[in-house]
Design a protein around this ligand. Structure first.
Ligand code: SAH
Ligand code: SF4
Ligand code: F3S
Length: 439
């Protein structure tokens, strides 16, 4: 038998890219590849890229430049670019960086084995199609190896919302839901391999409407099915759009025991004028009322969100409306970004906000978010939470895991194993994590 070839994958961007990298690794596993942790001894390097902001996209080119030396040393080394930059820039990547052998968009990953063979034959391979076939079915090369206690599972991909700032509808394509039975089968497989918590993924995961036994299923319907899977302890999902937060999903937050009390529900801005210009089709008020209903169903839920600061035409009073909304919601976590112009999106053509003003607003927003985050985390002290342990901590005898609310919790206890789910009393709140003791 020949030596296995080595594959180095570097993943940027969102959780869906993490999931996709696993699938690509499995697909190339069928071609005799095993993963390696460094590019230095790789036979193939794959960058799984993100196009969401300019910085993310530019990183790819600087990273590629660094592989020049490696390719000189090892002419057989193949270099590939996958993900959203691949989809958005396609051939442009090969033009800008001739050492790239392969470019594959997110909807074509199942074609990776043939593409790899093509590069071995000395040709370049490019595929940025949106093919009709179900790539997930073709990617189901399921290894039986044990894995960690948490996993991602893509249930929906793509987006039809076309927010004025966003590249995702172009890079991931139209919204598509996977059939429920395939997702449930994949969940069973994951559980057999040691997984106890699954995060369902989708760019608009709560718009899920996959084929079920009795017609289309909602995300809540799917969650209830997964709730029946023995050995699966926790279910999460991300990312949701406020307009697709259906009644059955809100209700599930109050009644479904495996569904965790944490919800990522991006709003982007607190100003109705800006929300309209963003094409978000919800208002600050409708978002706040929605959160009221979610909290009525599950009072202890921890909310998380995304914000864009300095969107074209954002005035100081628009920004103030965002600050007011944050003050009202009090997020346990929130991610805020300075608006980044994305060529081809509607907002790119509009009057841009002075970058210095945008920077200053971003700092104010982040300070407020950090204060709330801190308060919510500190509020956990004295409470009992259930922690799913994921890995050893930095100190000897220490283990780290996540609470229901997604807080990292450090616990000392030599008797704790990875994958254990245990009750912990929180004793301390540190900079970015909690500490506690086993009950
Ligand atoms: N599907 C999700 C978001 C996907 S992108 C949703 O509907 O909210 C993740 C986050 O990146 C977005 O929520 C947004 O806050 C941010 N983002 C997207 N495009 C951006 C841009 N052009 N500039 C800055 N931030 C952006
Ligand atoms: Fe982008 Fe808007 Fe779609 Fe989210 S809903 S992926 S922000 S276009
Ligand atoms: Fe980035 Fe594509 Fe995800 S642009 S955020 S990798 S969907």
């Amino acid at each position: 038998m020949s030596e296995p070839k080595k594959l180095f994958i570097k993943t940027y961007g969102c959780q869906m890219n993490v999931y996709d990298s696993e699938r690509m690794s499995e697909a190339l596993g069928g071609q005799g590849y095993v993963e390696t942790k460094t590019p230095d001894d790789a036979d193939m390097i794959l960058l799984n890229t993100c196009h969401i902001r300019e910085k993310a996209a530019e990183k790819v080119y600087s990273e590629l430049g660094r592989f020049k030396g490696l390719k000189v040393e090892k002419p057989d080394l193949k270099i590939g670019v996958a993900g959203c930059v691949a989809q958005a820039e396609g051939e442009e990547i090969m033009r800008r960086q001739p050492l790239v052998d392969l470019v594959v968009g997110p909807q074509s990953y199942h074609r990776l084995p043939e593409m790899e063979a093509k590069t071995r034959a000395g040709e370049k391979a490019l595929d940025t199609d949106f093919p009709e076939e179900d790539k997930f079915e073709k990617l189901k090369n399921r290894p039986k190896a044990k894995r960690g206690p948490t996993a991602f599972l893509t249930v929906q991909e793509g987006c039809d919302k076309f927010c004025a700032f966003c590249v995702v509808p172009y890079t991931r394509g139209a919204e598509v839901s996977r059939p429920a039975d395939r997702i449930i089968r994949e969940a069973h497989d994951l559980v057999e391999r040691g997984v106890r918590e699954i995060t369902l993924l989708g760019q608009n995961v709560n718009a899920y409407h996959g084929a079920g036994v009795n017609g289309d299923m909602t995300l809540a319907g799917l969650i209830w099915e997964l709730n029946k899977v023995d050995g699966l302890e926790r279910i999460r999902f991300t990312t949701s759009h406020p307009n697709d937060m259906a009644d059955d999903l809100i209700e599930a937050h109050g009644t479904c025991d495996k569904l965790m009390p944490y919800l990522h529900l991006p709003v982007q801005s607190g100003s109705d004028r800006i929300l309209k210009r963003m094409n978000r089709s919800h208002t600050a008020e409708s978002y706040l009322r929605l959160i009221e209903r979610i909290r009525a169903a599950r009072p202890d839920i921890v909310m998380s969100g995304d914000f864009i600061v300095g969107f074209p035409e954002e005035a100081e009073e628009d920004f103030q409306a965002t600050m007011d909304l944050v003050e009202e919601v009090k997020y346990g976590y929130a991610y805020s970004f300075k608006y980044s112009t994305r060529p081809g999106t509607p907002a790119a053509e509009r009057a841009q906000v002075d970058p210095a003003a945008a920077d200053e607003r971003l700092q104010r927003l982040q300070a407020l978010i950090t204060r709330h985050q801190r308060e919510i985390q500190d509020g956990m002290v004295g409470r009992t939470v259930r922690v799913l342990f994921e890995k050893p901590g930095r100190l000897p005898g220490q283990m780290v895991g996540k609470s229901e609310y997604l807080h990292s919790v450090h616990v000392k206890g030599p008797e704790i194993a990875v994958g254990d789910l245990k009750e912990v009393r929180i004793t301390e709140s540190g900079a970015n994590s909690l500490a506690g003791e086993l009950l």
